[in-house]
Design a protein around this ligand. Structure first.
Ligand code: IPD
Length: 261
């Protein structure tokens, strides 16, 4: 796909940050034996990736706004456009030496995501999409799965940790979904969960309590691959709400019906 100048800038930034993270990830794998210091090291890796992306994106488009997990938000001179960035989605995986984490970058225009990149640098998988142009994994066009039966479907989710108050709701979700399907995975990187729905690896995904930087890019990639995304509460904007359901269009209503019971 011949991407726009903005998409190419996003891809360049994601690859640069990815290279830096891969280098740090090798170091983290060595640090597993001496846990001391691994947390601080990962925070620094995350911040370094954030700085690389910020310099690249705001260097190229100084008027755009900015929202990122690590460096907060800034309104740009152009208030209609904003970068939404998670430099390292799947931080806990990274910290534990699990190669399942990604850089996530989205461009929002007038409140809508128009370009998206999710880069799994450890596996060199680049997921990207532009509004109306389809979704891609490296050179291959993406399509969501064609599975129609929930009982045959594999879903992904995320669970709240560290004393978050929405644990009972999430356990209730699991209790509803698990008996009705062929499996539920908790992989630990919401951006990749959404990318995998777009790639047909998962038939659907849901999670509560996500931030916009976790999901902005993934929302567009799923939609451009032919999938549906809605907030768990019908009618809400999934990006603002942070509790969302994504799935292939054939299964969506039944899957959402189970979660919304
Ligand atoms: C986290 C991951 C995880 C999800 C958490 C997120 P982070 O993002 O996406 O899968 O369950 O809710 O906070 O902190 O690694 O960028």
């Amino acid at each position: 796909m011949q991407g726009s100048a903005n998409l190419n800038l996003m891809i360049k930034a994601a690859r640069m940050a990815g290279r830096s993270l891969v280098k740090d990830f090798r170091e983290v794998e060595n640090l597993q034996v001496s846990m001391k210091g691994a947390g601080d090291f990962v925070s620094r890796a995350d911040l370094a990736a954030d700085a690389i992306i910020k310099e690249e994106l705001l260097g190229g488009r100084p008027n755009y706004g900015w929202l990122a997990e690590e460096s907060g938000s800034e309104v740009g001179k152009d208030p209609t456009r904003r970068w939404i960035v998670d430099p390292l989605d799947g931080t806990t995986n990274f910290l534990h030496g699990l190669p399942h984490w990604a850089v996530s970058i989205a461009l929002e225009f007038k409140g809508e995501i128009v370009s998206a990149v999710i880069y799994d640098a450890a596996k060199d998988e680049l997921f990207f999409a532009e509004k109306g142009q389809g979704a891609w994994l490296n050179d291959t066009r993406l399509r969501v799965s064609g599975r129609k039966r929930v009982i045959e479907a594999l879903f992904a989710t995320g669970l709240p940790f560290g004393g978050r108050s929405d644990l009972p709701e999430s356990l209730q979700d699991i209790a509803r979904v698990l008996p009705a399907c062929s499996g539920v995975r908790r992989m630990g990187a919401a951006a990749l969960d959404l990318a995998y729905v777009a790639a047909g690896r998962f038939d659907g995904f849901w999670e509560r309590g996500l931030h916009s930087w976790d999901i902005a890019a993934g929302l567009l990639i799923v939609k451009e691959a032919g999938g549906l995304v809605e907030a768990l509460s019908p009618g809400n904007d999934p990006l603002a709400d942070g509790a969302l359901i994504a799935a292939n269009a054939k299964i969506f209503e039944k899957f959402a019906g189970i979660l919304r019971t």
